[in-house]
Design a protein around this ligand. Sequence first.
Ligand SMILES: [Cu+2]
Length: 203
Amino acid sequence: MPVDMETYEQEALAELAPPARSAETQALAEIRDEVRAQRAEATRVYRAFAFFAGLALIIALANLVAVAVKLDGTPSKTVTVTTPAAAAAPAAAAPAAHASAVTLSEFNVAPKPASVASGAVTFNVSNAGKVEHEFVVLKTSKPASDLLKGGRADEAGNVGELGSVKPGQTKALKLKLAAGHYALICNLPGHYAAGQYADLTVK
Ligand SMILES: [Cu+2]
């Protein structure tokens, strides 16, 4: 009887096993089908996306071509900027100024303009530097850079000066100047040697 029981159990197990296995198999098959379905759906979505993306690209390209064709077809307009004759005329025949704005700094003299008309000339001298400067006008045939004499500039030909222009200060110097070459310098110790000079032409 024990043998029979064993056989029965084995048979019973054998009977149970296949359905159990087939249930598992079926579950796996369902999962597989589900995965396939999802994959198919994903592919559909991707294809749809790719289709619309492609469509958008084609539309964009078509627009580009349309714009290019339109641009090509449009007669190119040359924009001519006409300088007003009134503005050009003074520049061409600018009368020489009777004033020059001079900026002093470490260590420079910057007259604007650097050419003035003979007669009454006003120098509006500003000290844009951080230390005190002076402003000396010399009538000389030598270049402004060629006046050094013992550490300072030779002041021969001095026609007028402002002895002191403090930082931030602006002073006017009015002189009667004949036509010729002038040197504008600051002759405080070391300033000329450091390059504080400029040439001026009086016409
Ligand atoms: Cu100076």
